[in-house]
Design a protein around this ligand. Structure first.
Ligand SMILES: Cc1cc2nc3c(=O)[nH]c(=O)nc-3n(C[C@H](O)[C@H](O)[C@H](O)COP(=O)(O)OP(=O)(O)OC[C@H]3O[C@@H](n4cnc5c(N)ncnc54)[C@H](O)[C@@H]3O)c2cc1C
Length: 569
Protein backbone atom coordinates (compact mmCIF):
# COMPACT_ATOMS: atom_id res chain seq x y z
CA UNK A 1 0.00 0.00 0.00
CA UNK A 2 2.76 2.37 0.99
CA UNK A 3 4.47 1.79 -2.35
CA UNK A 4 1.27 2.53 -4.22
CA UNK A 5 1.02 5.77 -2.26
CA UNK A 6 4.51 6.76 -3.32
CA UNK A 7 3.70 5.90 -6.95
CA UNK A 8 0.67 8.19 -6.87
CA UNK A 9 2.67 10.98 -5.30
CA UNK A 10 5.16 10.80 -8.13
CA UNK A 11 2.30 10.94 -10.62
CA UNK A 12 1.06 14.02 -8.83
CA UNK A 13 4.35 15.73 -9.49
CA UNK A 14 4.04 15.29 -13.24
CA UNK A 15 0.35 16.01 -13.46
CA UNK A 16 -0.59 18.40 -16.22
CA UNK A 17 -2.82 21.30 -15.28
CA UNK A 18 -5.30 21.10 -18.15
CA UNK A 19 -8.16 18.60 -18.15
CA UNK A 20 -7.99 15.97 -20.86
CA UNK A 21 -10.55 13.45 -22.04
CA UNK A 22 -9.08 10.01 -21.43
CA UNK A 23 -8.93 7.63 -24.39
CA UNK A 24 -11.14 4.54 -24.50
CA UNK A 25 -8.01 2.49 -23.94
CA UNK A 26 -7.30 4.39 -20.71
CA UNK A 27 -10.81 3.78 -19.43
CA UNK A 28 -10.51 0.12 -20.36
CA UNK A 29 -7.25 -0.09 -18.42
CA UNK A 30 -8.92 1.45 -15.37
CA UNK A 31 -11.83 -0.96 -15.70
CA UNK A 32 -9.42 -3.87 -15.67
CA UNK A 33 -7.58 -2.54 -12.62
CA UNK A 34 -10.81 -2.27 -10.65
CA UNK A 35 -11.95 -5.76 -11.56
CA UNK A 36 -14.54 -4.76 -14.17
CA UNK A 37 -16.42 -2.47 -11.78
CA UNK A 38 -16.14 0.72 -13.86
CA UNK A 39 -19.60 1.40 -15.27
CA UNK A 40 -21.18 3.98 -17.52
CA UNK A 41 -24.24 5.60 -15.99
CA UNK A 42 -27.61 6.70 -17.29
CA UNK A 43 -30.27 8.64 -15.37
CA UNK A 44 -32.47 6.57 -13.05
CA UNK A 45 -35.60 6.92 -15.19
CA UNK A 46 -33.90 6.60 -18.61
CA UNK A 47 -35.74 3.33 -19.32
CA UNK A 48 -39.06 5.26 -19.45
CA UNK A 49 -38.02 7.70 -22.19
CA UNK A 50 -37.85 7.40 -25.97
CA UNK A 51 -35.09 10.00 -26.36
CA UNK A 52 -32.05 9.71 -24.11
CA UNK A 53 -29.16 12.16 -24.31
CA UNK A 54 -30.32 13.34 -27.71
CA UNK A 55 -30.61 9.88 -29.32
CA UNK A 56 -33.67 7.68 -29.93
CA UNK A 57 -34.05 4.99 -27.29
CA UNK A 58 -36.46 2.08 -26.85
CA UNK A 59 -38.30 2.35 -23.52
CA UNK A 60 -38.22 -0.72 -21.29
CA UNK A 61 -41.65 -1.04 -19.66
CA UNK A 62 -40.52 -3.51 -17.00
CA UNK A 63 -37.58 -1.41 -15.85
CA UNK A 64 -39.64 1.77 -16.03
CA UNK A 65 -42.32 0.19 -13.79
CA UNK A 66 -39.67 -0.68 -11.19
CA UNK A 67 -38.38 2.89 -11.21
CA UNK A 68 -41.92 4.22 -10.77
CA UNK A 69 -42.45 1.93 -7.79
CA UNK A 70 -39.20 2.87 -6.11
CA UNK A 71 -39.14 6.54 -7.09
CA UNK A 72 -39.84 7.96 -3.60
CA UNK A 73 -38.30 5.06 -1.66
CA UNK A 74 -34.94 5.83 0.00
CA UNK A 75 -33.74 2.20 -0.17
CA UNK A 76 -34.39 2.08 -3.91
CA UNK A 77 -32.62 5.38 -4.51
CA UNK A 78 -29.60 4.63 -2.34
CA UNK A 79 -28.94 1.35 -4.16
CA UNK A 80 -28.96 2.95 -7.63
CA UNK A 81 -25.85 4.92 -8.52
CA UNK A 82 -27.52 7.63 -10.58
CA UNK A 83 -30.29 8.39 -8.07
CA UNK A 84 -30.00 11.14 -5.48
CA UNK A 85 -32.43 11.77 -2.65
CA UNK A 86 -33.14 15.27 -3.98
CA UNK A 87 -33.45 14.70 -7.74
CA UNK A 88 -32.53 18.24 -8.72
CA UNK A 89 -28.93 17.13 -8.23
CA UNK A 90 -29.45 14.57 -10.99
CA UNK A 91 -30.38 17.45 -13.30
CA UNK A 92 -28.57 20.30 -14.93
CA UNK A 93 -30.56 23.06 -13.29
CA UNK A 94 -28.99 25.89 -15.28
CA UNK A 95 -29.93 24.35 -18.66
CA UNK A 96 -33.08 22.62 -17.38
CA UNK A 97 -31.86 19.30 -18.77
CA UNK A 98 -33.19 16.42 -16.74
CA UNK A 99 -34.77 12.99 -16.71
CA UNK A 100 -37.28 13.06 -13.89
CA UNK A 101 -40.61 11.46 -13.11
CA UNK A 102 -43.46 13.29 -11.43
CA UNK A 103 -42.72 12.65 -7.75
CA UNK A 104 -46.38 13.36 -6.85
CA UNK A 105 -47.39 10.52 -9.17
CA UNK A 106 -44.44 8.59 -10.62
CA UNK A 107 -46.79 6.69 -12.95
CA UNK A 108 -47.83 9.95 -14.67
CA UNK A 109 -46.82 9.30 -18.34
CA UNK A 110 -46.64 12.98 -19.26
CA UNK A 111 -43.22 13.02 -17.52
CA UNK A 112 -41.70 10.81 -20.23
CA UNK A 113 -44.12 11.48 -23.09
CA UNK A 114 -43.66 15.25 -23.07
CA UNK A 115 -39.95 15.34 -22.30
CA UNK A 116 -36.58 14.05 -23.39
CA UNK A 117 -34.18 12.43 -20.95
CA UNK A 118 -30.82 14.10 -20.30
CA UNK A 119 -27.81 13.00 -18.28
CA UNK A 120 -27.95 16.24 -16.30
CA UNK A 121 -25.35 16.42 -13.53
CA UNK A 122 -24.76 12.70 -13.13
CA UNK A 123 -21.17 11.61 -13.65
CA UNK A 124 -21.01 9.60 -16.86
CA UNK A 125 -18.84 6.84 -15.33
CA UNK A 126 -18.54 5.43 -11.85
CA UNK A 127 -16.55 2.82 -10.01
CA UNK A 128 -18.46 0.53 -7.67
CA UNK A 129 -15.79 0.77 -4.97
CA UNK A 130 -15.15 -2.40 -2.98
CA UNK A 131 -11.73 -1.80 -1.42
CA UNK A 132 -8.93 0.66 -0.83
CA UNK A 133 -7.22 -0.70 -3.95
CA UNK A 134 -10.11 0.61 -6.07
CA UNK A 135 -9.68 4.04 -4.50
CA UNK A 136 -5.94 4.03 -5.08
CA UNK A 137 -6.45 2.99 -8.70
CA UNK A 138 -9.03 5.74 -9.19
CA UNK A 139 -6.82 8.43 -7.68
CA UNK A 140 -3.91 7.29 -9.78
CA UNK A 141 -6.14 7.55 -12.88
CA UNK A 142 -7.35 11.01 -11.86
CA UNK A 143 -3.79 12.19 -11.43
CA UNK A 144 -2.75 10.73 -14.71
CA UNK A 145 -5.62 12.10 -16.77
CA UNK A 146 -6.80 15.20 -14.91
CA UNK A 147 -10.48 14.16 -15.00
CA UNK A 148 -12.72 15.76 -12.41
CA UNK A 149 -14.21 13.30 -9.95
CA UNK A 150 -16.72 13.15 -7.14
CA UNK A 151 -17.56 10.70 -4.34
CA UNK A 152 -21.03 9.35 -3.68
CA UNK A 153 -22.30 7.15 -0.85
CA UNK A 154 -26.10 7.49 -0.49
CA UNK A 155 -26.82 10.65 -2.49
CA UNK A 156 -28.32 12.51 0.48
CA UNK A 157 -26.35 15.68 -0.09
CA UNK A 158 -28.47 18.86 -0.13
CA UNK A 159 -25.97 20.79 -2.27
CA UNK A 160 -25.23 18.33 -5.03
CA UNK A 161 -21.72 17.56 -3.87
CA UNK A 162 -22.07 13.87 -4.64
CA UNK A 163 -22.86 14.47 -8.34
CA UNK A 164 -20.65 15.95 -11.08
CA UNK A 165 -17.42 15.13 -12.81
CA UNK A 166 -16.47 12.56 -15.43
CA UNK A 167 -15.83 9.88 -12.84
CA UNK A 168 -17.49 9.06 -9.55
CA UNK A 169 -16.38 6.78 -6.75
CA UNK A 170 -19.51 5.09 -5.46
CA UNK A 171 -18.82 3.86 -1.92
CA UNK A 172 -22.30 2.47 -1.17
CA UNK A 173 -21.01 -1.11 -1.21
CA UNK A 174 -18.27 -0.62 1.36
CA UNK A 175 -20.63 -2.36 3.72
CA UNK A 176 -18.60 -3.78 6.61
CA UNK A 177 -19.84 -3.56 10.21
CA UNK A 178 -17.89 -4.64 13.24
CA UNK A 179 -18.45 -4.21 16.97
CA UNK A 180 -15.72 -4.41 19.57
CA UNK A 181 -16.27 -3.97 23.30
CA UNK A 182 -12.55 -3.16 23.59
CA UNK A 183 -11.62 -1.15 20.51
CA UNK A 184 -8.07 0.22 20.73
CA UNK A 185 -7.33 3.17 18.43
CA UNK A 186 -4.03 2.53 16.63
CA UNK A 187 -1.23 4.02 18.72
CA UNK A 188 -3.49 4.56 21.74
CA UNK A 189 -3.50 2.86 25.12
CA UNK A 190 -7.14 3.07 26.18
CA UNK A 191 -9.96 0.87 24.86
CA UNK A 192 -13.57 1.84 24.07
CA UNK A 193 -16.78 0.03 23.15
CA UNK A 194 -17.04 0.99 19.48
CA UNK A 195 -18.52 0.16 16.11
CA UNK A 196 -16.52 0.27 12.89
CA UNK A 197 -18.72 1.18 9.92
CA UNK A 198 -17.78 0.88 6.24
CA UNK A 199 -18.18 4.08 4.22
CA UNK A 200 -21.40 3.02 2.51
CA UNK A 201 -23.43 1.51 5.35
CA UNK A 202 -26.85 3.17 5.77
CA UNK A 203 -28.09 3.98 9.26
CA UNK A 204 -30.91 1.44 9.05
CA UNK A 205 -28.29 -1.35 8.83
CA UNK A 206 -26.21 0.23 11.58
CA UNK A 207 -29.24 0.36 13.90
CA UNK A 208 -30.28 -3.23 13.18
CA UNK A 209 -26.71 -4.39 13.86
CA UNK A 210 -26.59 -2.33 17.06
CA UNK A 211 -29.80 -3.95 18.26
CA UNK A 212 -28.33 -7.42 17.68
CA UNK A 213 -25.32 -6.43 19.77
CA UNK A 214 -27.27 -4.73 22.58
CA UNK A 215 -25.67 -1.37 21.95
CA UNK A 216 -26.88 2.09 20.90
CA UNK A 217 -25.28 4.03 18.08
CA UNK A 218 -25.94 7.77 18.14
CA UNK A 219 -26.98 8.51 14.56
CA UNK A 220 -29.17 10.35 12.10
CA UNK A 221 -32.92 10.56 11.54
CA UNK A 222 -33.13 8.82 8.20
CA UNK A 223 -32.71 5.24 7.17
CA UNK A 224 -30.32 5.60 4.24
CA UNK A 225 -27.79 8.29 5.26
CA UNK A 226 -24.28 6.79 5.15
CA UNK A 227 -23.04 6.97 8.74
CA UNK A 228 -19.35 7.12 7.78
CA UNK A 229 -19.90 9.32 4.70
CA UNK A 230 -21.04 12.93 4.70
CA UNK A 231 -22.93 12.65 8.00
CA UNK A 232 -20.09 12.14 10.45
CA UNK A 233 -17.42 14.12 8.62
CA UNK A 234 -19.39 17.37 8.71
CA UNK A 235 -20.94 17.12 12.18
CA UNK A 236 -23.70 14.52 12.34
CA UNK A 237 -26.63 15.39 14.58
CA UNK A 238 -28.97 12.93 16.21
CA UNK A 239 -31.87 13.39 18.55
CA UNK A 240 -29.59 11.71 21.13
CA UNK A 241 -26.93 14.41 20.49
CA UNK A 242 -28.16 16.65 23.35
CA UNK A 243 -26.72 14.09 25.79
CA UNK A 244 -24.19 12.06 23.80
CA UNK A 245 -22.70 14.62 21.41
CA UNK A 246 -22.46 15.03 17.66
CA UNK A 247 -21.10 12.35 15.34
CA UNK A 248 -17.79 14.23 15.30
CA UNK A 249 -17.64 14.10 19.11
CA UNK A 250 -18.00 10.32 19.07
CA UNK A 251 -15.72 9.28 16.23
CA UNK A 252 -12.54 7.56 17.43
CA UNK A 253 -10.76 6.74 14.19
CA UNK A 254 -10.99 6.92 10.41
CA UNK A 255 -9.35 4.97 7.63
CA UNK A 256 -8.93 7.23 4.63
CA UNK A 257 -7.03 7.42 1.37
CA UNK A 258 -5.89 11.01 1.23
CA UNK A 259 -5.58 12.81 -2.08
CA UNK A 260 -1.83 12.41 -2.09
CA UNK A 261 -2.53 8.69 -2.56
CA UNK A 262 -1.70 7.45 0.92
CA UNK A 263 -3.87 5.13 3.00
CA UNK A 264 -3.90 6.55 6.52
CA UNK A 265 -5.25 5.55 9.87
CA UNK A 266 -6.33 8.77 11.48
CA UNK A 267 -7.03 9.30 15.17
CA UNK A 268 -5.83 11.23 18.20
CA UNK A 269 -2.47 9.42 18.13
CA UNK A 270 -1.53 9.46 14.47
CA UNK A 271 -2.34 12.01 11.78
CA UNK A 272 -4.05 13.94 14.54
CA UNK A 273 -4.22 17.16 12.49
CA UNK A 274 -6.21 15.32 9.83
CA UNK A 275 -8.36 13.72 12.52
CA UNK A 276 -9.34 17.17 13.71
CA UNK A 277 -10.11 18.21 10.12
CA UNK A 278 -12.31 15.14 9.59
CA UNK A 279 -14.23 15.99 12.75
CA UNK A 280 -16.24 18.75 11.07
CA UNK A 281 -14.22 19.99 8.09
CA UNK A 282 -16.67 17.93 5.98
CA UNK A 283 -16.50 15.14 3.44
CA UNK A 284 -15.23 15.17 -0.11
CA UNK A 285 -12.38 17.45 0.92
CA UNK A 286 -9.40 15.58 2.36
CA UNK A 287 -9.75 12.17 0.72
CA UNK A 288 -11.90 9.09 0.38
CA UNK A 289 -12.92 7.70 3.76
CA UNK A 290 -13.07 3.89 3.84
CA UNK A 291 -14.50 3.47 7.33
CA UNK A 292 -15.03 5.23 10.64
CA UNK A 293 -15.08 3.89 14.17
CA UNK A 294 -17.50 5.45 16.64
CA UNK A 295 -18.03 5.17 20.36
CA UNK A 296 -21.23 3.32 21.29
CA UNK A 297 -23.51 3.36 24.34
CA UNK A 298 -25.19 0.38 25.97
CA UNK A 299 -28.68 -0.40 24.71
CA UNK A 300 -31.05 2.07 26.36
CA UNK A 301 -34.79 2.42 26.72
CA UNK A 302 -36.35 5.70 25.62
CA UNK A 303 -39.29 7.77 26.73
CA UNK A 304 -41.02 8.98 23.60
CA UNK A 305 -43.48 11.86 23.19
CA UNK A 306 -45.33 11.92 19.86
CA UNK A 307 -47.84 14.70 19.40
CA UNK A 308 -49.68 16.07 16.40
CA UNK A 309 -52.79 18.00 15.45
CA UNK A 310 -54.18 19.75 12.40
CA UNK A 311 -52.41 23.04 11.86
CA UNK A 312 -54.57 26.11 11.30
CA UNK A 313 -53.86 29.83 10.95
CA UNK A 314 -54.92 30.20 14.61
CA UNK A 315 -53.19 27.39 16.45
CA UNK A 316 -49.59 27.39 15.17
CA UNK A 317 -48.38 30.40 17.15
CA UNK A 318 -49.62 29.05 20.47
CA UNK A 319 -47.82 25.75 19.93
CA UNK A 320 -44.60 27.45 18.81
CA UNK A 321 -44.73 29.61 21.96
CA UNK A 322 -45.04 26.50 24.08
CA UNK A 323 -42.06 24.93 22.30
CA UNK A 324 -39.89 28.00 22.79
CA UNK A 325 -40.95 28.42 26.43
CA UNK A 326 -40.29 24.78 27.33
CA UNK A 327 -37.23 23.92 25.28
CA UNK A 328 -34.61 25.14 27.75
CA UNK A 329 -36.13 22.99 30.52
CA UNK A 330 -36.49 20.07 28.11
CA UNK A 331 -32.83 20.52 27.13
CA UNK A 332 -31.77 20.31 30.78
CA UNK A 333 -33.89 17.19 31.19
CA UNK A 334 -32.20 15.49 28.22
CA UNK A 335 -34.92 15.66 25.58
CA UNK A 336 -34.04 15.72 21.88
CA UNK A 337 -36.35 15.59 18.89
CA UNK A 338 -37.95 17.02 15.80
CA UNK A 339 -40.72 19.61 16.11
CA UNK A 340 -42.93 21.84 14.01
CA UNK A 341 -45.91 24.19 14.39
CA UNK A 342 -48.30 21.26 14.87
CA UNK A 343 -46.19 18.20 15.70
CA UNK A 344 -43.40 16.84 17.80
CA UNK A 345 -41.54 13.55 18.15
CA UNK A 346 -39.11 13.79 21.06
CA UNK A 347 -37.12 11.19 23.00
CA UNK A 348 -35.55 11.08 26.43
CA UNK A 349 -33.31 8.36 27.87
CA UNK A 350 -32.89 10.00 31.31
CA UNK A 351 -36.40 10.60 32.73
CA UNK A 352 -38.80 7.97 34.06
CA UNK A 353 -42.10 7.60 32.20
CA UNK A 354 -43.90 9.57 34.91
CA UNK A 355 -41.35 12.38 34.79
CA UNK A 356 -41.55 12.42 31.00
CA UNK A 357 -45.35 12.65 31.07
CA UNK A 358 -45.23 15.57 33.51
CA UNK A 359 -42.55 17.29 31.46
CA UNK A 360 -44.57 17.39 28.23
CA UNK A 361 -48.04 17.77 29.79
CA UNK A 362 -48.49 21.40 28.60
CA UNK A 363 -48.11 20.42 24.95
CA UNK A 364 -50.17 17.26 25.36
CA UNK A 365 -52.98 19.46 26.71
CA UNK A 366 -52.57 21.89 23.83
CA UNK A 367 -52.67 19.16 21.18
CA UNK A 368 -55.71 17.48 22.73
CA UNK A 369 -57.51 20.82 22.86
CA UNK A 370 -57.00 20.97 19.07
CA UNK A 371 -58.49 17.47 18.73
CA UNK A 372 -55.03 16.13 18.05
CA UNK A 373 -53.27 13.01 19.30
CA UNK A 374 -50.65 12.62 22.00
CA UNK A 375 -48.72 9.53 23.03
CA UNK A 376 -46.10 9.41 25.77
CA UNK A 377 -44.61 5.96 26.06
CA UNK A 378 -41.64 3.85 26.99
CA UNK A 379 -39.83 1.97 24.21
CA UNK A 380 -37.18 -0.68 24.76
CA UNK A 381 -34.45 0.57 22.43
CA UNK A 382 -33.42 3.03 19.73
CA UNK A 383 -34.20 0.44 17.05
CA UNK A 384 -37.74 -0.02 18.38
CA UNK A 385 -38.22 3.74 18.34
CA UNK A 386 -36.71 4.14 14.87
CA UNK A 387 -38.90 1.45 13.32
CA UNK A 388 -42.06 2.73 14.98
CA UNK A 389 -41.66 6.48 14.52
CA UNK A 390 -38.85 7.59 12.23
CA UNK A 391 -39.39 5.49 9.15
CA UNK A 392 -42.87 6.95 8.75
CA UNK A 393 -41.96 10.53 9.72
CA UNK A 394 -38.54 11.06 8.13
CA UNK A 395 -38.08 13.64 5.37
CA UNK A 396 -39.42 12.46 2.00
CA UNK A 397 -37.12 11.72 -0.94
CA UNK A 398 -37.48 11.73 -4.70
CA UNK A 399 -38.83 15.29 -4.45
CA UNK A 400 -36.75 18.28 -5.53
CA UNK A 401 -36.17 20.02 -2.20
CA UNK A 402 -34.21 23.16 -1.40
CA UNK A 403 -33.14 23.37 2.23
CA UNK A 404 -31.84 26.17 4.43
CA UNK A 405 -31.16 26.23 8.17
CA UNK A 406 -29.55 28.07 11.07
CA UNK A 407 -28.36 27.17 14.55
CA UNK A 408 -30.33 29.10 17.19
CA UNK A 409 -28.27 30.19 20.21
CA UNK A 410 -29.60 29.30 23.66
CA UNK A 411 -29.01 32.83 24.88
CA UNK A 412 -31.12 34.96 24.37
CA UNK A 413 -33.65 32.90 22.41
CA UNK A 414 -34.52 30.48 25.21
CA UNK A 415 -33.45 32.49 28.25
CA UNK A 416 -34.90 35.95 27.75
CA UNK A 417 -38.49 37.02 27.10
CA UNK A 418 -37.59 39.41 24.27
CA UNK A 419 -35.40 36.75 22.66
CA UNK A 420 -38.19 34.18 22.88
CA UNK A 421 -40.70 36.56 21.35
CA UNK A 422 -38.36 37.43 18.47
CA UNK A 423 -37.88 33.76 17.72
CA UNK A 424 -41.60 33.00 17.74
CA UNK A 425 -42.29 36.06 15.59
CA UNK A 426 -39.78 34.92 13.00
CA UNK A 427 -41.19 31.40 12.79
CA UNK A 428 -44.72 32.75 12.45
CA UNK A 429 -43.50 35.13 9.73
CA UNK A 430 -42.15 32.13 7.77
CA UNK A 431 -45.51 30.41 8.00
CA UNK A 432 -47.57 33.53 7.24
CA UNK A 433 -45.42 34.91 4.42
CA UNK A 434 -44.45 31.79 2.50
CA UNK A 435 -46.44 28.94 4.07
CA UNK A 436 -43.06 27.48 5.05
CA UNK A 437 -43.12 25.58 8.34
CA UNK A 438 -40.03 25.75 10.53
CA UNK A 439 -38.45 22.29 10.90
CA UNK A 440 -37.08 22.44 14.43
CA UNK A 441 -34.42 19.99 15.56
CA UNK A 442 -33.50 19.82 19.21
CA UNK A 443 -30.29 18.03 18.29
CA UNK A 444 -27.43 20.24 19.44
CA UNK A 445 -24.94 18.93 22.06
CA UNK A 446 -26.66 20.90 24.83
CA UNK A 447 -25.71 18.69 27.81
CA UNK A 448 -22.64 17.09 26.24
CA UNK A 449 -19.37 17.73 28.06
CA UNK A 450 -17.28 19.00 25.15
CA UNK A 451 -13.50 19.23 25.25
CA UNK A 452 -12.63 22.56 23.65
CA UNK A 453 -10.77 22.39 20.35
CA UNK A 454 -11.34 18.71 19.59
CA UNK A 455 -13.59 19.23 16.56
CA UNK A 456 -13.64 21.61 13.59
CA UNK A 457 -17.40 22.23 13.23
CA UNK A 458 -18.62 25.76 13.75
CA UNK A 459 -18.41 26.64 17.46
CA UNK A 460 -22.04 27.76 17.11
CA UNK A 461 -23.05 24.13 17.74
CA UNK A 462 -21.78 24.43 21.28
CA UNK A 463 -23.96 27.30 22.43
CA UNK A 464 -27.12 26.56 20.49
CA UNK A 465 -30.23 24.69 21.52
CA UNK A 466 -32.05 24.31 18.19
CA UNK A 467 -31.40 24.02 14.52
CA UNK A 468 -34.25 25.52 12.52
CA UNK A 469 -34.60 24.22 8.97
CA UNK A 470 -36.89 25.48 6.20
CA UNK A 471 -37.50 24.09 2.78
CA UNK A 472 -39.21 24.64 -0.55
CA UNK A 473 -40.15 21.87 -2.95
CA UNK A 474 -39.96 22.19 -6.73
CA UNK A 475 -42.18 20.26 -9.13
CA UNK A 476 -40.35 17.82 -11.40
CA UNK A 477 -41.06 20.04 -14.41
CA UNK A 478 -40.41 23.42 -12.76
CA UNK A 479 -39.31 26.10 -15.19
CA UNK A 480 -36.09 28.01 -14.74
CA UNK A 481 -38.08 31.04 -13.53
CA UNK A 482 -39.91 28.97 -10.92
CA UNK A 483 -36.66 27.45 -9.70
CA UNK A 484 -35.13 30.90 -9.24
CA UNK A 485 -38.27 32.06 -7.43
CA UNK A 486 -38.15 29.11 -5.04
CA UNK A 487 -34.49 29.56 -4.26
CA UNK A 488 -35.29 33.20 -3.58
CA UNK A 489 -37.77 32.23 -0.88
CA UNK A 490 -35.14 30.09 0.83
CA UNK A 491 -32.63 32.93 0.50
CA UNK A 492 -35.08 35.40 2.03
CA UNK A 493 -35.67 33.19 5.04
CA UNK A 494 -31.93 32.61 5.33
CA UNK A 495 -31.36 36.35 5.56
CA UNK A 496 -34.10 36.74 8.20
CA UNK A 497 -32.39 34.01 10.22
CA UNK A 498 -29.04 35.75 9.87
CA UNK A 499 -30.55 39.00 11.08
CA UNK A 500 -32.04 37.22 14.06
CA UNK A 501 -28.83 35.43 15.05
CA UNK A 502 -25.96 37.17 13.23
CA UNK A 503 -23.17 35.62 15.30
CA UNK A 504 -24.40 32.07 14.95
CA UNK A 505 -23.71 29.65 12.12
CA UNK A 506 -25.26 26.86 10.11
CA UNK A 507 -24.70 23.14 9.70
CA UNK A 508 -22.71 22.52 6.52
CA UNK A 509 -24.80 19.45 5.60
CA UNK A 510 -28.19 21.11 5.90
CA UNK A 511 -27.57 24.71 4.92
CA UNK A 512 -28.76 26.76 1.96
CA UNK A 513 -26.84 25.87 -1.25
CA UNK A 514 -26.39 29.62 -1.76
CA UNK A 515 -25.40 30.46 1.82
CA UNK A 516 -23.73 33.87 2.15
CA UNK A 517 -20.29 34.02 3.77
CA UNK A 518 -20.15 30.22 3.88
CA UNK A 519 -16.64 29.87 5.34
CA UNK A 520 -17.56 31.73 8.52
CA UNK A 521 -21.09 30.33 8.65
CA UNK A 522 -20.01 26.67 8.48
CA UNK A 523 -16.72 26.76 10.37
CA UNK A 524 -16.31 30.08 12.19
CA UNK A 525 -12.77 30.54 13.55
CA UNK A 526 -11.78 27.03 12.48
CA UNK A 527 -11.72 27.87 8.79
CA UNK A 528 -8.12 29.15 8.41
CA UNK A 529 -6.63 26.02 10.03
CA UNK A 530 -8.87 23.79 7.90
CA UNK A 531 -7.64 25.52 4.77
CA UNK A 532 -4.01 24.86 5.74
CA UNK A 533 -4.85 21.16 6.13
CA UNK A 534 -6.73 21.05 2.83
CA UNK A 535 -3.61 22.35 1.10
CA UNK A 536 -1.45 19.85 2.97
CA UNK A 537 -3.52 16.77 2.10
CA UNK A 538 -4.71 17.84 -1.35
CA UNK A 539 -1.70 19.79 -2.62
CA UNK A 540 -2.75 19.55 -6.27
CA UNK A 541 -6.42 20.43 -5.71
CA UNK A 542 -7.62 17.08 -6.95
CA UNK A 543 -10.95 17.27 -5.18
CA UNK A 544 -13.20 20.27 -5.04
CA UNK A 545 -16.78 20.64 -3.94
CA UNK A 546 -19.41 23.33 -3.64
CA UNK A 547 -18.69 25.56 -0.63
CA UNK A 548 -16.27 23.02 0.83
CA UNK A 549 -12.98 23.99 2.50
CA UNK A 550 -10.70 25.37 -0.22
CA UNK A 551 -13.55 25.65 -2.76
CA UNK A 552 -12.33 26.95 -6.14
CA UNK A 553 -15.52 28.99 -6.56
CA UNK A 554 -18.62 28.76 -8.77
CA UNK A 555 -16.86 29.61 -12.06
CA UNK A 556 -15.17 26.20 -12.28
CA UNK A 557 -16.64 24.13 -15.14
CA UNK A 558 -17.81 21.35 -12.81
CA UNK A 559 -20.36 23.80 -11.34
CA UNK A 560 -21.93 24.79 -14.65
CA UNK A 561 -25.24 23.14 -13.67
CA UNK A 562 -25.74 25.28 -10.55
CA UNK A 563 -27.96 28.32 -10.93
CA UNK A 564 -26.47 31.76 -11.16
CA UNK A 565 -27.59 32.95 -7.74
CA UNK A 566 -25.69 35.59 -5.82
CA UNK A 567 -24.65 34.79 -2.26
CA UNK A 568 -24.24 38.47 -1.56
CA UNK A 569 -27.46 39.12 0.31
C1 LIG B 1 -33.79 13.10 4.11
C2 LIG B 1 -32.55 13.55 4.83
C3 LIG B 1 -32.47 13.43 6.22
C4 LIG B 1 -31.32 13.86 6.88
N1 LIG B 1 -31.25 13.73 8.25
C5 LIG B 1 -30.11 14.10 8.89
C6 LIG B 1 -29.96 13.91 10.30
O1 LIG B 1 -30.84 13.39 10.99
N2 LIG B 1 -28.81 14.33 10.88
C7 LIG B 1 -27.80 14.91 10.17
O2 LIG B 1 -26.78 15.28 10.75
N3 LIG B 1 -27.91 15.08 8.84
C8 LIG B 1 -29.03 14.68 8.19
N4 LIG B 1 -29.12 14.84 6.83
C9 LIG B 1 -27.99 15.43 6.12
C10 LIG B 1 -26.93 14.36 5.84
O3 LIG B 1 -26.18 14.10 6.99
C11 LIG B 1 -26.00 14.84 4.74
O4 LIG B 1 -26.71 15.00 3.55
C12 LIG B 1 -24.82 13.94 4.54
O5 LIG B 1 -23.84 14.63 3.80
C13 LIG B 1 -25.16 12.65 3.84
O6 LIG B 1 -24.01 11.88 3.66
P1 LIG B 1 -24.00 10.67 2.61
O7 LIG B 1 -22.60 10.23 2.50
O8 LIG B 1 -25.02 9.72 3.02
O9 LIG B 1 -24.52 11.38 1.27
P2 LIG B 1 -23.83 11.62 -0.15
O10 LIG B 1 -24.71 12.55 -0.88
O11 LIG B 1 -23.51 10.35 -0.81
O12 LIG B 1 -22.49 12.36 0.22
C14 LIG B 1 -22.50 13.58 0.92
C15 LIG B 1 -21.12 14.23 0.82
O13 LIG B 1 -20.14 13.37 1.39
C16 LIG B 1 -19.16 13.01 0.44
N5 LIG B 1 -18.80 11.62 0.73
C17 LIG B 1 -19.64 10.56 0.83
N6 LIG B 1 -18.93 9.46 1.16
C18 LIG B 1 -17.65 9.84 1.28
C19 LIG B 1 -16.45 9.15 1.60
N7 LIG B 1 -16.43 7.84 1.85
N8 LIG B 1 -15.29 9.84 1.65
C20 LIG B 1 -15.27 11.17 1.40
N9 LIG B 1 -16.38 11.87 1.06
C21 LIG B 1 -17.55 11.21 1.01
C22 LIG B 1 -19.82 13.23 -0.92
O14 LIG B 1 -18.86 13.48 -1.92
C23 LIG B 1 -20.66 14.46 -0.62
O15 LIG B 1 -19.84 15.59 -0.65
C24 LIG B 1 -30.25 14.41 6.15
C25 LIG B 1 -30.34 14.53 4.76
C26 LIG B 1 -31.48 14.11 4.11
C27 LIG B 1 -31.57 14.26 2.62
Amino acid sequence: MFLLGIAIQSLLLRRVAASVIPSDAKWAELNQTVGGRLYTSLPLAASCFSTVNGSPSTPNATECALVQQGYTQPDFRSTHYSAHMMPQWETCQSTVQRCLLNSNDPSDPTAWEDNECWQGAIASRYIDVRSEDDVLAALSFVNDTGVQFSIKASGHDYKGRSSFGSLSLWTRNLDSLNYSAVFLPEGGNETYPAITIGAGVPFEDVYAFAEENNITVVGGYHQTIAASGGWVQAGGHSILTPIYGLGVDRVLQYKIVTLDGVLRTVNNFQNSDLFWALRGGAASTFGVVLESTMLVEPQMSLRVAAISFNQTADNARGFLELLVNNSYKWGQEGWGGHMGPASLINVNPLLTLEEAQASVQPIVDYALAQNGTAVVEDLASWQTFFAKYVESAEASVGVQTILGSRLIPTDPFFTDDDGKEALVDLMVKMVDTYAVNPYIIQGTPFLYNYTEGTTSVTPAWRNSLWQIGFHENMLYNATLETMYAQYEIVNNITSWMKELAPDSGAYFNEANPYEPDHEVTFWGDNYPALLVLKNKYDPFKLLDCWMCVGWQGPADERYSCYLNISTDY
